[in-house]
Design a protein around this ligand. Structure first.
Ligand SMILES: [Zn+2]
Length: 117
């Protein structure tokens, strides 16, 4: 089974430029960039929010969470609560890594004349 099928329109995602991976609780799904915008409008009232994992917003989150996780786990800041925060902060990092290996790695960075754009 191909993994790079948009979960919104069920068509293939051709390159990284149009790929958005999004998480909703413990689910990680690939979408087209455009479909994700539609999905956001759709699910705001029904199924809760999907938050983008890749792209610049996701990367900023990943960097911040990495700093937080390292800081909380490597030091004694806030004690037990700090350790807990550190573990929680690892979750978006894990999603980002997973997103890269499961979806992004298999896609070319950019395809000329992509029919989906
Ligand atoms: Zn789509």
């Amino acid at each position: 089974m191909k993994s790079n099928i948009c979960r919104y329109c069920y068509k293939e995602i051709r390159d990284r430029d149009e790929l958005i991976t999004a998480s909703n609780w413990f689910r990680l799904r690939p979408f087209h960039y455009r479909c994700f915008e539609l999905l956001e409008q759709d699910t705001r009232t029904i199924a809760g929010n999907w938050s983008p994992v890749n792209g610049s917003a996701g990367n900023v989150t990943t960097v911040l969470m990495t700093i937080l996780a390292v800081w909380m786990l490597a030091t004694n800041a806030l004690g037990l609560i700090g350790d807990l925060l550190g573990i929680i902060a690892l979750y978006p990092i894990l999603l980002r890594v997973l997103s890269f290996f499961v979806y992004e790695m298999k896609l070319p960075k950019y395809i000329e004349n992509n029919p989906h754009k």
